[in-house]
Design a protein around this ligand. Structure first.
Ligand code: FE
Length: 205
C-alpha cells in the first residue's frame, strides 16, 4: 500500500533515542514563544490516554458482534459509521475496519512511524511505535503473534495492514465462544486494545 506521510506528525520517527527529552525541549520552546498552551496540551493528552483509551473501539466491536447490519455497514464504510457514534477527530479521519475470521487474521502496523486510530483506540502503546515491531510484523507476523501469545491454526492466513497518514485500521476480532447471552457492555469488557490491533484475541468470559 502507498505510504504517504505528507503531514508533519511523524518527525518522531527521526528522533534520537531520547525522544522524551526532545519533546520536552520542544514544548518548552513553543510555550515560551506563546505558540502552545501547556494546559491545553494536558487536556488533549488526558483525553486520549484516559477518557478515550480503547473503550470507543471496544464499543464498535461489541456492536458489530451483536448487529450484523451494523457490522456490514462498518465493513463497508467505517469512517461514517464510527463518526455517527461520535468517534472522530485527529488521526481518525479515514477509518477502515477489517474482520478476523477462521480463515483470516488481520494485524495493523505503521511501518514508517506510528499512525494509529486515536479516536477509537487512544494513544498507541510503546511497542507499536518500536522499530522491532514495525520491521518484524511484516517479515514474520506469526513469530510476532507468538511473542504476544497468539498462536493461530496453520490454515488461518495472516494479513498485515500498513497504516498511513490517510488510512487507519480497526481490527474486528472474532467473537469468543460462550458469549451468546451477553449484552453490549459485557461484550465490551472482552474487547482488548491488542485484539483491535490484531496482536491479541478477544478475552473469553
Ligand atoms: Fe505512520
Amino acid at each position: 500500500m502507498p505510504h504517504d506521510h505528507s503531514d508533519h506528525d511523524h518527525a518522531h520517527s527521526l528522533l534520537p533515542p531520547d525522544p522524551a527529552l526532545r519533546i520536552k525541549a520542544l514544548e518548552t520552546l513553543l510555550t515560551q514563544k506563546g505558540l502552545i498552551d501547556p494546559a491545553a496540551l494536558d487536556v488533549i493528552i488526558d483525553t486520549y490516554e484516559n477518557k478515550i483509551g480503547p473503550r470507543n473501539g471496544a464499543q464498535v466491536v461489541a456492536r458489530a458482534w451483536l448487529d450484523p447490519e451494523f457490522k456490514a455497514a462498518l465493513l463497508n464504510d467505517a469512517t461514517s459509521v464510527v463518526a455517527e457514534m461520535g468517534f472522530y477527530g485527529r488521526q481518525g479521519e479515514h477509518m477502515v475496519a477489517v474482520e478476523n475470521t477462521d480463515d483470516l487474521h488481520n494485524i495493523v502496523v505503521c511501518t514508517l512511524c506510528s499512525c494509529y486510530p486515536w479516536p477509537l483506540l487512544g494513544i498507541p502503546p510503546g511497542w507499536y511505535k518500536s522499530d522491532a515491531y514495525r520491521a518484524r510484523v511484516v517479515r514474520e507476523p506469526r513469530k510476532v503473534l507468538a511473542d504476544f501469545d497468539v498462536v493461530l491454526p496453520d490454515e488461518t492466513a495472516v494479513r498485515v495492514w500498513d497504516s498511513t497518514a490517510e488510512v487507519r485500521y480497526l481490527v474486528i476480532p472474532q467473537r469468543p465462544a460462550g458469549t451468546d447471552g451477553l449484552d453490549e457492555a459485557a461484550l465490551m469488557d472482552l474487547v482488548t486494545r491488542d485484539s483491535m490491533i490484531g496482536t491479541g484475541l478477544a478475552n473469553t468470559p
